[in-house]
Design a protein around this ligand. Structure first.
Ligand code: GLU
Length: 461
């Protein structure tokens, strides 16, 4: 059997981090088995549907590097097929038309509540002949759910889960306006696209019993289900806005690398011994459903930041320059050939200090800026013009700047004018060259900028 997995997100406007993890697990599982991973858009809620929301999901997946097979079919587009299955079930005697009016249903609900019954709908049309149908009432189609026994599945994460059939009603498959319900659509789409393994959040666990009833009625194979526990906030409560970013695009904006995100999401609910740093290649080799944890995991920003720092350190300088180029614009710095060359040289020092791409862009912006540039308030205060004048004289006398000779000349200026205190010379130099008071070694930075540029920047001050 070849493995087919999928994710089936509803277009809500952005890609939730929980969906991203489900997507990653499903993608890894398919890759591990040489199978297929599909993306389906569950867009039956037309009131909330928008093209942008669908695009947000595709963008999130693309950024995370999770490629899917085929296009991303719309569930709404398959509604005729879903309706056809509902009617087929009626023909097979496994479902029936129900002509109850909303008022009748309301009365039934009230009576059920009063008597403490577990289900509301009393199945009054289950055995009635359609010839008794009232005129002018558009019926719904309901499944004939089993009346006795229990419905059970063997979940790959949760183990055996079951529900008494006395708690499951003859739920609706097709509404009176002819539109299919979520319960039916999901089952038909998964079946039609040959899905073998369904990995999804355990908020869907309660749906699985009804879905199995439809599968059984059609005589279709039951896929393997793996309901994974939800992601909680650091404080152990449901992950929400107040815990910070929830959308994948927000993590992209904050300067996380997709490989760090993949590693982090992988460890959020799945383990391989004590391994924390797991490359995507290793993850594909190792991933299985057996090591998905049963308890909810808490989001831990420190861990994510550490992983991001790790992947930044191990990324190639050329790749990092490419990634920070669009971010740099935000810091008023435009990358051309000259600044690209400087950034490539300065990247080792920049990436060593960075926790995010934004850190690199911010700290490295000075390589790409043109003087005169705006100084931070602190930098402005550090511009000791007299000291900068002495530095300029010494720089002018050199033919070429190196990290060593810039440091040496700063030491000389410090000895002559600042009682040997190198900081009192290095800080004004840093402020003059970068416009800020935070940067990697200013001696190295000066050497990378080169004599002409250093003199130009000192002159502006
Ligand atoms: N559309 C559902 C969601 O966005 C997923 C349904 C499923 O995975 O079966 O949560």
């Amino acid at each position: 059997m070849s493995v087919v997995t999928r994710i089936a997100p509803s277009p809500t406007g952005f890609m939730h981090i929980g969906t991203a993890r489900t997507a990653l697990f499903s993608w890894l599982f398919a890759k591990h088995h040489g199978g297929k991973f599909l993306l389906r858009i569950e867009d039956t809620d037309r009131a909330r549907y928008s093209e942008d929301a669908v695009q947000a999901i595709k963008d999130g997946m693309t950024w995370l590097g999770l490629d899917w097979g085929g296009d991303a079919p719309s569930q709404f587009d398959a509604r005729d097929r879903h309706a056809e299955v509902a009617k087929q079930l009626v023909e097979m005697g496994k479902a029936y038309y129900c002509y109850c009016s909303p008022e009748e249903l309301e009365t039934m609900r009230e009576e059920a509540r009063a008597s403490g019954a577990k289900v509301n709908y009393d199945r009054r049309w289950r055995e009635r002949d359609a010839s008794e149908a009232p005129e002018g009432v558009a019926p719904v189609i309901r499944i004939k759910a089993p009346l006795e026994g229990r419905t059970a599945i063997e979940d790959a994460v949760q183990g055996r889960v079951e529900k008494g059939n006395d708690e499951l009603d003859d739920f609706i498959l097709l509404r009176s306006d002819g539109t299919p319900t979520y319960m039916l659509s999901v089952v038909v789409d998964d079946h039609d696209s040959g899905v073998t393994h369904i990995i999804r959040g355990d908020d869907h666990l309660n749906n699985v019993f009804r879905q199995k009833i439809i599968l059984d009625a059609m005589g279709w194979d039951i896929p393997v289900y793996a309901h994974i526990p939800l992601i909680l906030g650091p404080d152990g409560t449901k992950l929400s806005k107040r815990h910070g970013a929830q959308g994948v695009h927000e993590y992209e904006d904050m300067g996380y690398l997709p490989e760090a995100m993949r590693n982090y999401l992988l460890r959020l609910g799945w383990s391989h011994g004590d391994d924390e740093i797991i490359s995507t290649e290793q993850a594909i080799e190792w991933f299985n459903l057996d090591h998905i944890g049963k308890s909810a995991s808490r989001f831990d920003f420190d861990k994510l930041n550490n992983l991001n720092a790790h992947y930044i350190k191990t990324a190639s300088n050329a790749h990092l320059v490419e990634l920070i180029t669009p971010i740099m614009e935000k810091y008023g710095a435009h990358i051309d050939d000259t600044s690209k060359d400087r950034l490539l040289k300065g990247m080792d020092a920049l990436k060593d200090r960075a926790k995010s791409l934004n850190d690199i862009a911010e700290e490295g912006a000075f390589y790409a800026k043109q003087p005169p540039f705006v100084f931070t308030e602190k930098a402005e205060k550090s511009l000791d013009k007299e000291i900068l004048g002495f530095i300029a004289e010494k720089v002018d006398a050199l033919t070429e700047l190196t990290e060593e000779n810039v440091q040496d000349l700063c030491k000389e200026v410090a000895n002559d004018h600042k009682e040997g205190k190198l900081g009192k010379v290095a800080m004004p130099l840093r402020a003059a060259l970068t416009g800020t008071t935070v940067s990697p070694s200013i001696f190295e930075a000066a050497a990378i900028l080169g004599k002409d540029e250093v003199l130009k920047r000192l002159k502006y001050v």
